[in-house]
Ligand binder design. Structure first.
Ligand SMILES: [Zn+2]
Length: 384
């Protein structure tokens, strides 16, 4: 099946021009340029529309409290999110069940999913609290346990390893791995071709995971400003940092734990996170857009392109083109999806289009009227 998208204003992290045509052949982008011949392709006239790559949510949870978030994942794809990083099951669930659930979603109706499976941590560590429903992960107490846990995740089909060291805001974590264990976890993951990510809330814990060789920070710290030395170390080691600012404000459809306190506190954290992201950006750091979206109970709202996270980056002083990069080509590269994140020949045909231009609030990305995922049109304007 071939589709020719006509007369768009093409915008991605690397380019912006108009008018442009984009020829889709099967799952892939076959050509871009002006006045492409349609041949046998179905022509979709998108005059007056801006066309962009589908987005990549670098931090979400594909299952929560033992329930698979299938509806949420389908909504993501339909609304223009073409890939997600599933940073671990929250709630009780087996790795076997979870990976089988994800394998069943390998169609254009769903985003691509890269998954950490189940968390790995020490007893009473991240996701390991004694509270009911908090025994989320694989408990490790020694080096041998860590080797076995990573082996189990790799054999079970997980793509990454997720651990955590602190929770500066919620404060439910009572224990953390020591540095030797954390370093071994990072090394074992790397040796098996898995990415490693750590939940952090505070600058001091971010420093620890970076020094231990963990691949990426799953959040941005909001307790204090990052110092130059830590920023430089992350840039040198190519360690990305994920935004997840929405969960601090309740702007995203996600529950706010009562322990988070007041909106004033969230906003204070968010302001510090913005400062840290801008400083990291200025030093050449790689930022990923992530929502930490995890809701499944009472899930009513659609999972959409995280336009709030993008707007926060713009508000922090990061230019629009680079904010887009943080939600498209950056996560695609970090998670090894080399054919996602840009609109150019050879890339997967995962794109969105909306009328007019992108505004500063990125509101145009909320439920885009045209979505094509791996060559399959999922959403199109009622009248063209
Ligand atoms: Zn999370």
């Amino acid at each position: 099946m071939r589709v020719l998208l006509k007369n768009v204003h093409l915008l991605d992290a690397e380019r912006e021009y108009m008018p442009a045509d984009v020829l889709v052949d099967g799952e892939d982008i076959a050509a871009t340029g002006a006045d492409l011949a349609s041949g046998d392709a179905e022509v979709v006239d998108l005059s007056g529309y801006t066309l962009m790559p589908g987005f990549f949510d670098a931090h979400m949870h594909a299952a929560r409290r033992g329930r698979d978030n299938e509806d949420m994942l389908r909504a993501y794809a339909r609304n223009g999110v073409c890939a997600v990083a599933d940073l671990g099951i929250t709630g009780v669930g087996t790795l076997e069940h979870h990976m089988e659930f994800l394998r069943g979603l390998y169609t254009p109706e769903y985003p691509y999913i890269t998954s950490a499976g189940r968390f790995v941590d020490v007893p009473e560590g991240y996701g390991m609290g004694p509270e009911a429903g908090m025994a989320w992960g694989i408990q490790v107490e020694c080096a041998e346990d860590i080797r076995a846990a990573v082996e189990y995740l790799a054999q079970g089909g997980a793509n990454g390893v997720k651990t955590g060291i602190s929770d500066g805001i919620v404060g439910t974590i009572r224990a953390a791995m020591d540095r030797d264990m954390m370093t071994l976890l990072a090394d074992e993951a790397r040796r098996r071709g898995l990415w490693s990510a750590a939940h952090i809330g505070r600058v001091k814990d971010l420093r620890t995971v970076v020094e231990c060789g963990i691949d990426q920070a799953a959040h941005t710290p909001g307790d204090e400003e990052m110092d130059d030395e830590l920023v430089a170390l992350m840039v040198t080691r190519s360690i990305p940092m994920t935004t997840t600012m929405g969960d601090m404000t309740g702007t995203h459809p996600m529950n706010i734990p009562p322990s988070y306190g007041t909106l004033k506190v969230f906003n204070e954290h968010r302001r510090i996170m913005q400062k840290n992201l801008k400083k990291f950006y200025d030093a050449g750091g790689t930022i990923l857009i992530g929502t930490d979206l995890a809701k499944s109970d009472d899930f009513e709202e659609d999972a959409v392109i995280p336009y709030f996270e993008l707007a926060q980056l713009l508000d922090a002083g990061i230019p629009m083109r680079d904010a887009i990069r943080c939600g498209t080509s950056n996560p695609a590269k970090v998670f090894g999806f080399e054919r996602l994140g840009l609109v150019e020949p050879g890339m997967k045909a995962c794109m969105i289009a909306f009328p007019g231009a992108l505004d500063d609030a990125f509101k145009a990305l909320d439920h885009p009227p045209f979505v094509i995922n791996r060559g399959q049109i999922l959403t199109e304007p009622a009248a063209r």
